[in-house]
Design a protein around this ligand. Structure first.
Ligand code: PLP
Length: 395
């Protein structure tokens, strides 16, 4: 018999995954070319060719035991060194290799941090709208996710409401920049103000609050927008990074955590993170992927392809009368539902074979998320369906 807590999870299975499955069912009925699936953040741009060539080269040239063997739980030293060097060159930081931990994607990295920081009953704060999986990750360690309400129309974090949410039990705050689901990039001013609030709160509660900065979309930005580098604004931060989106490798499960030396309890943290990687059962990030990443740190995805989708979709939907948040980063368009109950809107969209994600699953009812990391021609083909939807609501 499965546990009570798992029974709950099975019941409330991810809305996004459920939509994805519904899309497959719809495709069987009406043909895949007539289903417009905007549900999942699965990159349509192929991984750079260097990913394949370096993997082949590693398999051909490296010692088999080295490529396929166990290693330090934190990852290969040479890979961690290369990641630290690359960050330092790009952002003028001073990471050292012991502060880099290779992880099983961002999801693995976040779980490793939370396992390291949390005791049962502790609290983690996040800002709505947020990546819905945070709730599950925090519950994994019998802790509570405390959600700060959204801040439309800018969707910068609602800092006015943060202070009241911080209690003696607050151990960490998760931020996600650029943001899924809004596409908003948190500004330097936002991060500086967040730091001031946290300093005050730390004095009040008498212990450190860590900012976990979830950054799988760091390189996916448009119109020359820059993502402020978190360590320049917030001292007690841990960066969670992933190559799932930036190199189109979500199935390979590879990312890293970067811990700056200035953080409170640096040594305790980096030891704890490595052990968490082991005791959670990841043991280490996939070895071949780590070695490939070392060769591909300068590779880039085709941001222009996502930008083309972004511009087309934003303009078309806005022209039709939909109220959209203009995305500056990531590959999601956040759209206000024309009716209060966005789930009803999502059901209407399904009648046109459009799969959109209701944003109540991101803690922000009244909106929907459209993942535009899809093929451009699918967006083009979906236009009559969006038009039919617009007609229903705006006449
Ligand atoms: N964090 C955010 C904000 C995401 O959008 C995602 C995936 O969509 C993840 C974490 C998990 O990414 P990964 O595939 O690296 O585990």
């Amino acid at each position: 018999m499965i546990s009570k807590s798992m029974e709950q999870l099975v019941k409330g299975n991810s809305v996004i995954r459920a939509l994805f499955e519904e899309g497959k069912e719809m495709a069987r009925e009406v043909g895949a070319e007539n289903v417009y699936d905007f549900s999942l953040g699965n990159p349509s741009v192929p991984a750079p060719e260097a990913v394949r060539t370096s993997m082949k080269k590693i398999l051909d040239e490296k010692n088999t035991l080295y490529v396929h063997g166990y290693m330090s739980n934190a990852g290969y030293e040479e890979v961690r060194e290369a990641v630290a060097k690359s960050l330092n060159e790009r952002f003028g930081t001073d990471f050292e290799w012991p502060g880099i931990l290779m992880t099983v994607g961002a999801a693995g990295g976040l779980n490793v941090v939370l396992r390291t920081l949390l005791d049962p009953g502790d609290e983690v704060v996040c800002f709505a709208p947020f990546f819905g999986e945070y709730t599950n990750y925090v519950h994994n360690y019998q802790a509570q996710l405390v959600v700060v309400p959204p801040n439309p129309p800018s969707f910068q974090p609602n800092l006015d409401m943060l202070q009241d949410r911080i209690t003696q039990r607050t151990k960490a705050i998760i931020i996600n920049n650029p943001n899924n689901p809004t596409g908003v990039v948190y500004t330097a001013e936002t991060l500086d103000r967040l730091e001031r609030i946290l300093k005050e709160a730390e004095t009040r509660i008498g212990h450190s609050i860590y900012v976990i900065s979830d950054e799988p979309y760091r390189e996916l930005v448009y119109d020359g927008v820059e993502v402020p580098f978190i360590t320049k604004h917030i001292r007690n931060c841990i960066i969670g990074y992933s190559f799932s989106k930036s190199l189109s490798l979500p199935g390979e499960r590879i990312g890293y955590l970067a811990v700056p030396k200035a953080i409170d309890d640096y040594q305790g943290l980096i030891e704890g993170l490595a052990i968490a990687n082991r005791v959670l059962g990841f043991v280490n990030a996939p070895s071949l992927q780590q070695l490939m990443i070392k060769e591909c740190l300068n590779e880039k995805t085709d941001v222009a392809a996502y930008d083309k989708n972004r511009k087309f979709l934003y303009k078309s939907l806005t022209d039709m009368g939909f109220e959209c948040v203009k995305p500056e980063g990531a590959f999601y368009l956040f759209v206000k539902s024309p009716v209060e109950d966005e789930k009803a809107f999502v059901e209407e969209a399904k009648k046109q074979h459009l799969l959109l994600v209701p944003a109540s699953s991101f803690g922000c009812p009244g909106y929907v998320r459209i993942a535009y990391c899809v093929a451009y021609d699918m967006i083009e083909r979906s236009m009559p369906a969006f038009k039919a939807l617009a007609e229903k609501y705006f006449g």
